[in-house]
Design a binder for this molecule. Structure first.
Ligand code: 5GP
Length: 183
């Protein structure tokens, strides 16, 4: 239906993943993380990759049943609708993670450049004891790294999406559902 479409700048997007489906995927991922960390003696770090992962991390955090600390980092590798391939460290970590177990919360893994560079940086430069990757969405057709993705909410085909934190030039992050570009 034409009315379902949304317009962000020059691009039109159509409904793709309903909010309820996103929440079900987060429930599943939270269960897996709880099974691995429940009863732990340390305080693992839940690392929110700003800005796109804010809604995902917020929902996930409420479902975690062990003591954990929320830390954020801001990176950037996307401009418009194409990954630039370079990961820029825009803003440092909001807290030290040396010696800590870290669970990275990412909105979406595309080529994997961002997540692999971030994991390497946390282990080599920041001295994290262990780093696991949790992503709400994965584009398996594009992901070309050997790095294991520990927790994956949902796999999707290679298309540009917005909503639930994901943006098109900073617009669309506030939309509850996920929309795909209408080409
Ligand atoms: P990668 O480094 O894996 O190629 O890209 C990861 C980052 O690119 C994500 O954190 C996200 O910010 C952005 N990204 C990848 N695919 C999409 C997409 O379909 N839509 C939006 N809005 N951002 C994306």
């Amino acid at each position: 239906m034409k009315e379902d479409r949304i317009q962000l700048f020059d691009k039109t997007f159509k409904p793709y993943i309903r909010h309820e489906q996103i929440i079900a995927a987060i429930d599943k991922v939270a269960e897996e993380i709880n099974a691995d960390y429940r009863g732990c003696q340390d305080i693992p770090v839940v690392l929110c990759v700003l800005n796109g992962s804010i809604p995902f991390t917020g929902e996930l955090l409420q479902r975690l049943e062990f003591n954990c600390q929320l830390v954020s980092i801001k990176l950037s590798s996307y401009q418009g609708t194409q990954s630039t391939g370079t990961v820029l460290n825009v803003m440092g970590l909001t807290s030290n993670v040396r010696g800590r177990r870290v669970i990275i919360c990412e909105d979406i893994v595309d080529t994997g450049n961002t997540i692999v560079a971030l994991k390497e940086m946390l282990l080599d430069k920041e001295g994290a004891a262990d780093v696991r990757i949790c992503t709400m969405l994965l584009k398996p057709d594009v992901y070309d790294k050997n790095e294991k993705l520990d927790y994956v909410g949902m796999s999707i085909p290679n298309a540009f999406i917005v909503g639930f934190g994901l943006d098109y030039n900073e617009l669309g992050r506030n939309i509850k559902d996920i929309y795909v570009i209408d080409e």
